[in-house]
Design a protein around this ligand. Structure first.
Ligand SMILES: Cc1cc2nc3c(=O)[nH]c(=O)nc-3n(C[C@H](O)[C@H](O)[C@H](O)COP(=O)(O)O)c2cc1C
Length: 188
């Protein structure tokens, strides 16, 4: 019986040094988080001890994100390409809502079975186009660094990141979504 590959220590070290939010979940059962870096904790306001072992849906609070979740399900079920970039409404630990641009790609073993899901989170509701474009470049470089580290452990990182053609429009839409939530709910 083949045992599942484990995540190389070098990838966790890379997480710790990264300037962008990164997280990793096991592909099994309910996809619990097995790692998240300092930037993820800064972005969400949660301590690492509070989140390891949990599915990341806790970040959605009471927002239903129906369409976004449909896309995520399709990706996680292997029916929507090698990676996904999906905006969805999230809530920080202090209750502040934000629009999280979630990136995900799969880490597979040598026979193509998904073992882990790699994710990165970015707050597009409180940013400018240049910041989002810069984030895209850093994420692309991060994926390039993870690929050979994973390979040494027999793990294939699927997917890559391409420049967002409409980053300005995406940020404008995120701000609009938050403003609509604010006027509809008077919650923040
Ligand atoms: C590694 C990883 C990171 C994720 N990060 C987030 C996140 O930051 N915010 C979020 O709302 N959902 C995130 N998700 C998605 C949710 O965990 C979940 O897959 C999504 O809500 C759809 O599933 P559900 O309908 O069972 O909740 C992440 C998933 C994975 C596997």
């Amino acid at each position: 019986m083949n045992s599942a590959p484990s995540i190389p220590e070098e990838i966790i070290k890379l997480f710790d040094k990264s300037s962008i939010a990164l997280s990793l979940a096991s592909a099994g059962s309910d996809k619990p988080l097995i790692a998240a870096n300092k930037k993820f904790c800064e972005l969400t306001g949660y301590d690492i001890e509070e989140i390891v072992g949990k599915n990341c849906r806790f970040l959605q609070g009471n927002y239903d994100n129906t369409d976004a979740k449909k896309n995520i399900h399709q990706f996680l079920n292997g029916n929507a390409g090698l990676s996904i970039r999906q905006p969805l409404i999230n809530v920080k630990a202090d209750g502040t809502p934000f629009i999280n641009l979630l990136y995900m790609s799969r880490l597979c073993d040598g026979i193509g079975n998904t073992q882990f899901i790699l994710a990165s989170q970015f707050d597009i509701s409180n940013t400018h186009t240049e910041n989002l474009n810069h984030y895209g470049v850093v994420l692309g470089n991060t994926l390039k660094k993870i690929t050979p580290l994973a390979h040494q452990a027999g793990i294939i990182l699927e997917g890559s990141i391409t420049a967002l053609a409409n980053s300005t429009a995406m940020i404008a839409q995120a701000k609009l979504t938050l403003a609509e939530l604010q006027s509809a709910n008077h919650i923040f």
